[in-house]
Design a protein around this ligand. Structure first.
Ligand SMILES: C=C(O[C@H]1C=C[C@H](C(=O)CCC(=O)O)[C@@H](C(=O)O)[C@@H]1O)C(=O)O
Length: 266
């Protein structure tokens, strides 16, 4: 497996007593189960929370699924688990990558290493955000009116996920089952309130990320590989790993290559 690297500068640091604490953040319509396979493969502690509106997360009806609330919910959860002064290896996939970047911007002192897989720091222009908000609101309405199965059918058919159709049927069925197990009204709320267009723009925060950052994209995901290249122009201590024979979901399509990047085993 060939992984090409573009590096500005990378200094790896570890949390506390040297045993890393991994925080793994799933993507839209994902759950903590998506990273279950990683738990026995990573040294140290591994935490895979369900994000707002996903999996087993329970919120009060009045809770806004804003990126700010998501960051605070994650911060509160980690603070309850690790009250002492520790740092985390935060790994975010896609929507989870957006959350990871927002969390790092808000709490940089808590980051040992930030890994962003096929993620982006929001949208830089107000017009882009407005257009994307309208798009995500349309998706949310479609989800509410045509039902989750129809929505997942359309979602799976997106070009962004075309490479996943080469995966074994069992793997595709497992991912589909995870999506179909979600609560449609909560997914719609997530799209409207925490979608790519609704979150703040963190592009200007990237230059302040002095902790080690590793961007991971699939070579066949041109869109997010280009976005990662753009992020590299402003990140001061980062590397961009492009994994061959993979699209948007690198950890699903090339799990061993993904693990090697996390552990430095490649
Ligand atoms: C379709 C686009 O944007 C969506 C794609 C990826 C994100 C995600 O979490 C997908 C997870 C998965 O299905 O494997 C999602 C997000 O960031 O919430 C985006 O809305 C696109 O072309 O940008």
């Amino acid at each position: 497996m060939k992984i090409t690297t573009q590096t500005s500068q990378i200094n790896v640091s570890h949390s506390g007593n040297g045993a890393p604490i991994w925080v793994l953040l799933h993507g839209f319509m994902g759950t903590e189960i998506d990273f279950e396979w990683l738990k026995p493969r990573l040294s140290g502690s591994v935490i895979c929370p369900d994000l707002l509106g996903h999996g087993a997360t329970v919120t009060q009806p009045e809770t806004a699924f804003s990126m700010a609330n998501q960051v605070e919910a994650l911060h509160d959860m980690l603070g309850q688990l690790y009250p002492q002064n520790v740092t985390y290896n935060v790994v975010g996939y896609s929507m989870g990558g957006r959350v990871a970047i927002a969390f790092a911007a808000q709490y940089p002192d808590l980051i040992a290493h930030l890994f962003v897989e096929s993620g982006r720091p929001g949208l830089a222009s107000a017009q882009e955000r407005a257009d994307r908000q309208a798009h995500d609101a349309q998706l949310a309405t479609q989800l509410e009116t045509t039902g989750l199965t129809n929505f997942v059918d359309r979602w799976e058919a997106l070009p962004l996920f075309a490479t996943q159709r080469n995966l074994p049927a069992e793997t595709q069925q497992r991912v589909r089952a995870g999506r179909l197990a979600q609560a449609p009204q909560l997914l719609a709320k997530s799209l409207r309130e925490m979608g790519t267009g609704s979150q703040p723009d963190y592009w200007s925060s990237l230059a302040t990320f002095t902790f080690p950052v590793t961007l991971i994209t699939g070579q066949q995901d041109e869109k997010f590989t280009k976005l990662a290249d753009a992020m590299m122009t402003t990140l001061p201590n980062a590397q961009h790993r492009v994994v061959t024979n993979a699209g948007h979901n690198v950890h699903l399509e090339q799990p061993e290559a993904f693990l090697d990047i996390l552990t430095g085993g490649d």
